[in-house]
Design a protein around this ligand. Sequence first.
Ligand SMILES: Nc1ncnc2c1ncn2[C@@H]1O[C@H](COP(=O)(O)OP(=O)(O)OP(=O)(O)O)[C@@H](O)[C@H]1O
Ligand SMILES: [Mg+2]
Length: 309
Amino acid sequence: MNIVQTENLTKIFKSGRFSNNSVKALDNLSLNIEEKKIFGLLGPNGAGKTTLVKILLGIIYPTSGKAEIFGKNISNHQSRRRVGFLPENHRFPEYMTGEQVLFFYGELSGMKHTELKKKSDEFLSLVDMEKWRKTKIKKYSKGMLQRLGLAQAMLNNPELIFLDEPTDGVDPIGRKQIRDILVNLNSEGKTILVNSHLLSEVELICDTVAILNKGLLVKEGTVEDLTVTENAYIIKTSDLSESILNTLLSQYKAEISSKNDFKYKSSSVEDLNLLIDYLRKEKILINAISQEKNSLEDLFINVIEQEAV
Ligand SMILES: Nc1ncnc2c1ncn2[C@@H]1O[C@H](COP(=O)(O)OP(=O)(O)OP(=O)(O)O)[C@@H](O)[C@H]1O
Ligand SMILES: [Mg+2]
């Protein structure tokens, strides 16, 4: 089931009543986010990622098109009760302590005091901020603010969580902790939308990704499908003799990396098996065969560069 659905969503920002300057932040965007998945929304600066999240939350209105969350039009504010949100560059009141911030936002979302106390304890500990709970926000570092923001987004037990750059400013250990938290939340059945520039991180946790560029959806799919390079295999073997290496080069057009590691591009699985037959006939041990993968970063750069041409 799709938890988020958009259809031809378009947002045009006009910079003044009498000005002709306008920006198409979203351009006929149609995408679906499936229940219980971690969905990564990627794209260069200004691609429209934050605009999409703001529209889904009813913070700004689309110029045209349609969007639904939990099967209800986004104009229905009831469905927003089931959503958690960590905004990009959020600002909490500086005179409050971390704990007060959680109480403030918890009360805004209608949580009862006893539940709020229990949940804020639980989440402050989960994001490793217990010892800073009585410290004022103005003394928090960027990473600490992000951790608190994440606790705030999880507080009212939302089924759907929007996180706009959740690991921005967080150190590597903190980023790993946040990834683990997201994977845990997901295993509890939550659906998560992550806007991020950190592609290697997205690759580690997201099931599906969409790449936006200038408001347009330019690529969408599972991380697995998008990163596999079709029909290219990395084959690791026992040591290959000079004559076998020559045969691999000349007959199989293999790309040799070392005397026990090469890449083979086959046009079919049958071809790959013929190569294996040959190696086995020569008494070569095959240690591993894996399909070659591009990183999400390679894909991202390729896609955005192609769009620029
Ligand atoms: N309130 C606004 N008024 C005018 N233009 C806006 C407004 N908000 C966003 N834009 C423009 O819309 C486009 C998309 O912006 P958006 O913030 O959605 O990008 P983004 O993908 O989140 O970028 P980043 O990765 O830098 O956060 C940009 O060109 C931006 O300048
Ligand atoms: Mg943004």
